[in-house]
Design a protein around this ligand. Sequence first.
Ligand code: NAI
Ligand code: MG
Length: 340
Amino acid sequence: MNPETAPRLCVIPGDGIGQEVIPAAVAVLTAVIPHLQIVTAEAGWGTFEKYGVSVPDETLVAIRACGAGLFGAVSSPSRQVAGYRSAILTMRQELDLYANIRPVQSWPHVSPRPDVDMIIVRENTEGLYVGRERWEDEGETAVAERLITRRASRRIAKKALELMQRQNRHKLTIVHKANVLPLTDGLFRDTVRAVFDGTRMNADERGFVIDELLVDVAALKMVAAPETFDVIVTTNLFGDILSDAAAHWGGGLGYAASLNWGDGVALAEPVHGSAPDIAGKGIANPIAAILSGALLARYVWGLEEVAERVETAVAHTLAHETYPQLTTTQAITQSILAVL
Ligand code: NAI
Ligand code: MG
């Protein structure tokens, strides 16, 4: 492939086990995409300690230039530190990565049940995460604003639509709380519906089934009947909570992949954090990072068959290898590479 069209990736290992799982994911990606062009950049708490900023401008420039990034994790201090802002929140905002895509599927052995296959599409820029908190009433009252715009609701709906068309998925569940929040969540629900109502299907195409659930009912269903979900679209905080619950069905944090997706730029990251309790021991599970790399192949580079190859290799490894073969980062990575 000529270098002009070869996929490019900005690799940002970050803190803690990010330094261990990201090299594993890069090894897998370069095995399946030999012409992948890689640059490395810095972000995170370690970067803040070195330079006084958690995401240097050069990092943002590099991700933009590549159009794709793969990020490990950040450690955020549990106390407030002057001048520090979470690296991942900074990158999501600066790059306007407005959609958070969290697929959850059952994997051999590690999933509690075999029949889960859903994608959660979470709005990634507004809702309660706009950070508009203030004191009122001389400190007796704390207020947080929850912002929902038609623009952000429309673009997240369009992303969900694009994803469903590309992945041949037909059932969309809009999760909201419009009974209590008729303005904000009513706006979200109606805007999403309008985007899907506006799609014209040919007679031989299957249409979309649009469903909606209040978030509390959705939470119960996520526990009791996760196999009934296909694609979920929801606001920021509801998506944050529901997707962590959903991750349980995929085998937990070691298997949960995500893609922060904007227009012309995307940043994949395993859902887990820097795991200081196991960092440096060589025992972090690299599969969440590897599957995050597969999401770049699928959604950013349009290499569906590459994404499927990686996912099939992961499934094969989980089905055929047994402990103790799968207890170190290196052993898991080697087994997956061997299948590939
Ligand atoms: P965590 O996800 O780092 O760890 C939670 C637990 O899961 C730990 O026991 C850890 O050892 C285990 N774990 C996580 N990933 C694993 C993997 N790949 N293989 C095996 N075990 C794994 O969350 P925690 O402990 O709440 O936070 C630690 C640090 O990470 C904090 O500084 C937090 O702010 C940060 N964090 C960063 C995130 C990000 O970068 N997007 C997300 C969540 C937390
Ligand atoms: Mg979370």
